[in-house]
Design a protein around this ligand. Sequence first.
Ligand SMILES: [Mn+2]
Length: 268
Amino acid sequence: MPRSGTRPRLRLLHTSDVHLGAYDYRGADEGSRAALEAGFRRVIDIGIAEGVDLALIAGDFFDNARVREETLAFAAEQLARLDRPVVIAPGNHDHVGPHSVYDRRDLSATAQNVTVMRQQDGETVAVDGLEVEVWARSHTETLPDFRPFEGVPPRGDAAWQLGVGHGHFIHPNALLHHSFHILEEHLVEAQRDYVALGHWEQMTRVAAGELGEAAYSGAPIGLGGESGGHVLIVDLQEDGAVTLRAVPLAEGAPHLAHDDLPYLRGLR
Ligand SMILES: [Mn+2]
């Protein structure tokens, strides 16, 4: 959503679907658990190495509300290690409301840099010291018809306007067969510079141009056991341009440039 005038450069880290604690149940494979934690440690390493200004976690950070205490402590320690502002929007696995995983431990007690979005009607977080505002709506498990971008308010005053949402982006020609719908018209309404999406395990750009840039970061470590995940580094440029780059978790592997990222077919 390029706008005239000069804006401060800003670099974001966008990740989602980390599913910390997915292997915390009794009898689960310890190796898988270790790999998942190593993956998230690497996500934080990448954020530090890339010198990001802000990190967005677009839902399903935790796999469920019954994760081990050690997992909560691990998450808080890693987020603190990044030492940059982190905004977490909930997903369908880590909703807010009654029995939320986020009510078990105040992450910000360890990681003062963390904000968890909790408002069902949506809220805007202004990040201290940065010309950026982040909007998201949260939800509870009792709202199957939840639409993450329904009722998105107009852009605010800060130079950069971001959105975060967890759900299915619905191709304009698709049948509506999932829940947590994110419609193209929602992105038109949002008019955000960047919309960070979560829920899909595959990194995918779903919108560009007049719709503003919107993408799924994909999971850093897929729960299907596949490795080779990425995080997205998002550069917000002075002229309003938004450029994505996928950084692989595998050290030394090539980065994927903006134009080489998977893009949902048939979109404008
Ligand atoms: Mn999900």
